[in-house]
Write a protein that binds this ligand. Structure first.
Ligand SMILES: *Cc1c(COP(=O)(O)O)cnc(C)c1O
Length: 361
């Protein structure tokens, strides 16, 4: 067996310890004589799995009691619709457009009411986070929406927008559990787990209780109402059982590593190695404004498309996978989520140095 350094933006690298533990429990989960995949979601064993997952997530993120944790399906993209369907009362949402995912959410919300783009960084290919200190927030806005870490462009909000008292809704798919956040500053926090937490198929929604109501847009399907899932402890219907089980293992792995403060420190250390190199390199350079750099997704270019392609090819041959940038951006992108070991980044930088020496004569 040999594992590569997987820099994929998602689905992405998971902790090796978690994969090994899951493998060891594949045929017989803790004496039940079956795999978690084969187990009733109404069984006692499964109830314990989902309860522990929720408890560990609450511990890690310090989630207050007046927030519900929901394990749902449909990916992050389904939330683009569920958010307006459930939160629109005045049918107005204010969106900050910092990349493709924010844009998609904004476009989806337009299907249900008035969705305003109150700020955007489209003018410079989403290479920065706009000033959000004094935005033209709609008086009737039901919420202000952000994509907190922009997976494709590699920017992150280091400071949350001033929502002028309106509810903040955030897509945290690609920065989930990468550092501590203050949950009380948000009305809804959600993320597809396949970037930093677990296998695709699970989306986690952390939502303040007062936002969960029966007063949803007419025609909202039962399955797309937060209340349906909140009332049933995420077991209204069959949940993505196996995926939740793996997420639970990742939560335990994070706790064992010291929680989110420790994770943040590790992630900062990792990202610094790569950013410091990019800032000193004669060949490679980062594509986003330094103040808005993501700890998770690091896009970079050589400035020459052919050389970029050659780099991706040679890197792959050397065991560094999935470094090709998003199809809309080009160049390269290294996603260095929680489970990417620091050695992976050190070795990548060493490889980049070698490549630079060969190609800057
Ligand atoms: C990947 C991603 C999405 C889309 O996730 P799906 O689960 O494929 O719908 C949405 N938002 C962000 C920030 C992402 O990184």
């Amino acid at each position: 067996m040999s594992r590569v350094y997987n820099f994929s933006a998602g689905p992405a690298v998971l902790p090796e310890e978690v994969l090994k533990e899951a493998a060891s429990e594949m045929l017989d989960y803790q004496g039940t004589g079956m795999s978690v995949m084969e187990m009733s979601h109404r069984s006692k064993a499964y109830q314990t799995i989902i309860d522990e997952a929720e408890k560990d997530l609450r511990d890690l993120m310090n989630i207050p009691d007046n927030y519900k944790v929901l394990f749902l399906q449909g990916g992050a993209s389904q939330q683009f619709a569920m958010i307006p369907m459930n939160l629109f009362k005045n049918k107005v949402g204010d969106y900050i457009i910092t990349g493709q995912w924010a844009k998609k959410a904004w476009q989806e919300a337009k299907l249900y009411g008035k969705a305003n783009a109150i700020a955007s960084s489209a003018d410079k290919t989403f290479s920065y986070i706009p000033d959000c200190s004094d935005l033209p927030i709609d008086e009737d806005a039901d919420y202000v929406y952000i994509c907190q870490n922009n997976t494709i462009y590699g920017t992150v909000y280091h400071e949350l927008p001033n929502t002028k008292g309106k509810t903040l809704v955030a897509d945290v798919s690609s920065c989930f559990l990468s550092e501590p956040i203050d949950v009380t500053k948000y009305g809804v926090i959600y993320g597809g787990v396949q970037k930093n937490v677990g296998p695709a198929g699970v989306v986690i929604v952390i939502i303040r209780e007062d936002l969960i109501t029966e007063d949803v847009l007419p025609g909202t399907p039962t399955m797309l109402r937060y209340k349906t899932h909140a009332d049933a402890g995420s077991l209204y219907n069959t949940p993505p059982c196996y995926g939740i089980y793996i997420c639970g293992k990742v939560f335990k792995w994070l706790k064992a590593r010291g929680g989110l403060e420790a994770m943040k420190e590790y992630n900062e250390k990792k990202a610094k190695i790569l950013y410091d190199f990019l800032d000193s390199s004669k060949l490679f350079k980062g594509t986003v404004e330094k103040k808005d750099r993501s700890l998770m997704n690091v896009p970079f270019v050589t400035g020459d498309e052919e050389l970029d392609a050659l780099f991706v090819k040679e890197a792959k041959a050397a065991g560094f996978e999935n470094l090709k940038g998003h199809r809309t951006v080009g160049g390269m992108r290294a996603s260095i989520y929680n489970a990417m070991p620091i050695e992976g980044v050190e070795k990548l930088v060493a490889f980049m140095k070698d490549f630079e020496e060969k190609h800057t004569k």
